[in-house]
Ligand binder design. Structure first.
Ligand code: NDP
Length: 609
């Protein structure tokens, strides 16, 4: 698969200083003094937004009392991939534990109508070559990914061992016995030698703290807990026919919202879309998987495709390299590579390269803005839907039906940027731009807690390591780790996610490689009869120092961006900033870990039997 560069033709060149000023103005309208951190915890009256599972009935079971080698918190992709690698490494005495009713993580919970992967499925779905599976199209439907999660768990043989609908409430290190004591909301009491925190990044639905939210007497739910019993239809067949006489409001216009809105617009009597910041939404060609292409693939193709995507999205193509992924994520690199190719790949300093890239960024975003006006009939609505910020300030999206939905007479865009969000809710509806609207239902497509405090995101009351120390205190100002995976004072515990490690454009690749490393350490410890493994303080300090020394300073970019969880809601250098990755790049990080494993000495770890 190859694709062409897509920069604007020269006659449509843009006035960059004017656009830059507009970016700054739009950013100013959205900045919040609290960094966007005012969210309602989804408990109490909002319990259904988090704890209740609308998808699978709760099955009563006896509490489990046992001693096992490994407990994995989470059954999403990071938990699944760790389990696959543990299995491959010969470890089988483990369980995944999850609040959900099955494997899948975000793909279990998120079943809103229209859900589809935003990334190339041939990259995003992990272990395709190992599992003999091929996605049916470029951007898989959510259902296909959810099924694939369960398929992997069955294929690797750990599906039946999981404990579902189970929330871990405390994790306490037993120094005497060298076990983690794990308690759950189902009365389980498990001693686990090793604990893997595969808790996910988008696990905790975020409800904005809109004044009066608790007064609203209509139906309310979050996109990650879609209630088909209210809307009609089902995950498999999203005919939302119970909404035909309903007035519905949806808060948010991010990745989830733009997929759900066309379906809501089709059925709701009236639909109000409450937008604070517009997303950039490209068209989405989504062809079925070409069997001739599948036949042509050589072993190792998925790894190569992911590496190609990584270069396009986070680094840069090598001279002559073809873009294999060919979508909005790779457009800037594709266009710039074409320009440099035409110029015979001139020598450029990093500053010159960044400046060239920025110009292409402006052009691509301008193309996306012009796409809005080419689809949306009403000029005022079209203008309000245009994204005025740099690429990657927010997650780039694609959808063929989103913009056209605003041409329907029952669909109304309400801009709530001026009031930094929805002004107020009351018994019957909401107030925005000073106007009160009655609605039957408020749907929150308001995202997830990504950069808030760890205890809010994990939802585990107690995580206590040696000497009674809480990890929440130890990491109060951000994580301290060796390789982003282990931390001093919390033996036999492993962390997956965006924590002081390498960053990969394919999240499942990043989590999968972390899971691989964790599986190596655990399996080696078990083989060597070790019951205590933790980084030494010195090794941890040296790694953290190295991580900070090589870190790329993105604060300028963040300072100029419209706030979102991609940019820590406007907080530059937030302690839990999502994308603070290893500055020397993904390959260098992978090599660092590979060399460490190859040495076989577990350098920097304190080991005991
Ligand atoms: P996002 O965080 O991307 O979007 C939340 C939306 O809610 C934003 O438009 C935000 O506005 C708005 N919002 C939040 N608070 C308020 C408020 N008080 N008033 C008005 N608006 C508000 O969440 P999503 O669920 O859309 O997506 C989260 C992530 O989930 C994605 O970025 C992606 O990583 C993942 N996802 C992945 C998919 C995939 O295919 N792989 C598909 C769907 C989601 P503002 O921008 O101004 O903050």
């Amino acid at each position: 698969m190859t694709c062409k560069p897509s920069t604007l033709p020269p006659e449509m060149e843009i006035d960059i200083p004017v656009i830059a000023a507009k970016y700054a103005e739009e950013r100013g309208r959205r900045l919040q003094s609290d960094g966007g951190h005012k969210f309602v915890r989804p408990i109490g009256v909002f319990e259904g937004q988090y704890a209740a599972d609308p998808h699978t009935p709760l099955i009563q079971r006896e509490p489990v009392t046992e001693t096992i080698d490994v407990i994995i918190l989470g059954a999403g992709f990071s938990g699944i991939l760790t389990a696959c690698h543990l299995t491959d490494a010969g470890v089988s005495n483990f369980r995944n534990v999850d609040l959900a009713g099955d494997f899948g993580g975000v793909w279990y919970w998120n079943r809103y109508p229209g859900i589809q992967c935003d990334n190339d499925s041939y990259c995003y779905l992990p272990l395709l070559e190992e599992s003999d599976f091929m996605p049916s199209k470029k951007f898989s439907d959510g259902g296909e990914i959810y099924s694939y999660c369960k398929y992997l768990a069955k294929k690797f043989g750990f599906h039946d061992r999981a404990l579902f609908h189970t929330l871990i409430t405390s994790l306490i290190w037993d120094e005497e016995e060298k076990y983690w004591l794990v308690a759950t909301n189902r009365g389980d009491s498990i001693r686990a030698r090793f604990v893997v925190m595969a808790t996910g990044v988008l696990n905790m639905p975020k409800l904005p703290n809109i004044p009066g939210i608790e007064e609203f007497e209509g139906k309310i739910f979050h996109t990650a807990r879609w209630d088909y019993s209210y809307t009609g239809g089902s995950y498999e067949n999203p005919v939302l026919d119970k909404l035909v006489d309903k007035k519905v409001a949806i808060v948010g216009t991010g990745a989830s919202a733009i997929q759900a809105i066309p379906n809501l617009g089709k059925y709701a009597k009236q639909l109000y879309v409450l937008q604070r910041t517009p997303s950039s939404v490209d068209e989405r060609p989504n062809p079925p998987t070409d069997s001739a292409w599948v036949e042509s693939l050589k072993p190792g193709w998925q790894r190569e495709r992911k590496a190609n995507f990584q270069r396009a999205a986070m680094e840069f193509f090598q001279p002559g390299e073809q873009d294999q992924v060919c979508d909005i994520w790779t457009e800037i690199s594709r266009d710039l590579a074409a320009e440099l190719q035409a110029e015979g790949w001139p020598e450029l300093s990093p500053q010159q390269f960044a400046a060239r890239r920025e110009v292409v960024d402006y052009r691509v975003m301008e193309r996306l803005r012009r796409r809005v006006e080419s689809v949306v009939d009403d000029p005022q609505t079209a203008e309000a839907l245009k994204p005025y910020y740099r690429f990657l300030c927010k997650r780039p999206l694609s959808n063929n039906e989103y913009y056209a939905t605003f041409n329907q007479p029952n669909v109304h865009l309400i801009d709530v940027a001026a009031t930094r969000g929805v002004q107020r809710m009351n018994v019957g509806g909401f107030i925005a731009q000073g106007v009160e609207k009655e609605v039957d239902c408020m749907i929150f497509a308001s995202g997830f807690e990504v950069t808030s405090d760890l205890e809010r995101r994990w939802g585990i009351d107690v995580v206590q390591g040696r000497n009674g120390q809480s990890i929440y205190d130890y990491w109060r100002n951000g994580p301290l780790t060796l390789h982003g995976i282990m931390t001093h004072g919390f033996p036999n515990q492993f962390f997956l996610g965006y924590i002081q490690g390498g960053l990969n454009a394919t999240t499942t690749e990043q989590f999968g490689r972390q899971g691989y490393h964790v599986a190596y350490v655990i399996s080696e410890a078990l083989k060597r009869g070790l019951n205590f493994v933790q980084p030494t303080r010195e090794a941890q300090e040296a790694y953290v120092r190295h991580f900070q020394e090589v870190e790329v300073d993105t604060s300028q970019f963040q300072r100029e961006c419209t706030p979102s969880y991609f940019t820590n809601e406007g907080q530059v250098k937030a302690p839990w900033a999502l994308f603070r990755g290893y500055g020397l790049g993904w390959d260098a990080f992978e090599k660092l870990l590979q060399d460490w494993r190859d040495a076989g000495t577990m350098e920097g770890l304190e080991l005991a039997r």
